[in-house]
Design a binder for this molecule. Structure first.
Ligand code: NDP
Length: 325
């Protein structure tokens, strides 16, 4: 038996509670991992609260990330004792995930724990931080370089946003942080933002093309904010769009794309190929200062995840929640 957070839904409303689970209930897979740390991401909070249909089958152990040690392996790539981590692949959505003491997955989904981080730090980064790195790499692939002008990060005080601010600042970009929480200004400046602006400034309808402001942007918000960001991109700039914290639909025009050559780069972390994952973790290893990472982290116990999920969805959590499993 092992302890895990289980979401269930039978006839009534969905339930979520930590309980004892049997190893026999783990899904098929050639590697069994003793999970040490996991995280609470936006998607995990959606799963736990049931606010969006993230969970595809019940009962489900949520947790789209985990880090731990291989306990048993039928995959020659992994030996018992290897330190590993996993992000995404539908874990915590279509098959049991990381918010439990054991997880079983296909070995090809795992990557070695990067030498730069211990398991707690890696989960402090988690899918949110790894997605931030995917966004930064996408901007660079489309030609963004330091010195070209301000780079905007939306939802900046959240998980993806805070890591994106730190990574961009570290490369020498002038980072502008958009937040709905002015009280987080010192925190955001501490991560490297040179300017902090209020969410309300972009969360309102504008013209199809606004004054050119941003050389690049990382957007976790979607909705009206993404439309406003695109309208104010500089000629040839790129927006990496990865989130929907402010809405799924998007009241935009094609004007920025056809008149300013703006690129909208879509970012998906869940099914990203292994090479992209390795690149992202290499960037995090080289550019994310562990001391800065500590400022982003709040450590919680597995039993606290259910209570904190609604707070995360309501935008009241700063940085990253790392779960001691
Ligand atoms: P967090 O909850 O940690 O951060 C989201 C931030 O968005 C909040 O902190 C807040 O920032 C801002 N925000 C929240 N609600 C609203 C709103 N109604 N309008 C405008 N801004 C809002 O979540 P994560 O950083 O973990 O995830 C952010 C988004 O990215 C989510 O939509 C998530 O699903 C998505 N995501 C996508 C991935 C992918 O593979 N494409 C992977 C990981 C995440 P502030 O207070 O600073 O304004």
């Amino acid at each position: 038996m092992f302890r895990g957070l289980l979401i269930d839904k039978q006839d009534g409303p969905q339930t979520a509670a930590v309980q004892d689970l049997s190893e026999a209930s783990l899904p098929e897979g050639d590697v069994t991992v003793r999970v040490a740390w996991s995280t609470l991401n936006y998607k995990d909070a959606l799963a736990i609260t049931g606010r969006s249909p993230v969970v595809r089958r019940f009962p489900m152990v949520p947790g789209i990330d985990f880090a731990g040690v291989v306990e048993r392996s039928a995959d020659p790539a992994w030996q018992p004792g290897d330190a590993v981590l996993l992000n995404g692949w539908g874990v915590g959505e279509t098959r049991w995930g990381g918010l439990a003491e054991r997880a079983r997955v296909p070995g090809r989904w795992l990557i070695p724990l990067p030498a730069a981080f211990d398991a707690r730090q890696a989960m402090g980064i988690g899918t949110a931080g790894y997605t931030a790195a995917l966004c930064v790499l996408a901007l660079e692939r489309h030609g963004l370089a330091p010195g070209q002008g301000p780079v905007l990060v939306t939802g900046a005080a959240g998980g993806v946003g805070s890591v994106a601010v730190a990574l961009l600042a570290r490369r020498g970009h002038e980072v502008v942080a958009l937040t709905g929480r002015p009280q987080e200004e010192d925190f955001l400046r501490g991560l490297g933002a040179s300017q902090v602006i209020a969410r309300a400034e972009l969360d309102r309808p504008g013209r199809p093309l606004e004054k050119e402001r941003w050389a690049g942007a990382v957007d976790v918000v979607g909705g009206q904010v993404l439309a406003s960001v695109c309208a104010a991109m500089r000629y040839g700039g790129t927006v990496a769009a990865c989130g929907l914290a402010g809405g799924m639909s998007w009241p935009a025009t094609v004007a920025p794309f056809i008149l300013r050559g703006v690129t909208l780069a879509g970012i998906d972390s869940v099914m990203a190929p292994i090479e992209a994952r390795q690149q992202a973790w290499a960037r995090l290893s080289s550019d994310l200062d562990p001391a800065l990472l500590e400022r982003l982290l709040r450590e919680i116990a597995l039993d606290e995840a259910v209570a904190l999920a609604p707070e995360l969805l309501d935008g009241r959590v700063r940085g990253r929640l790392v779960v001691r499993v």
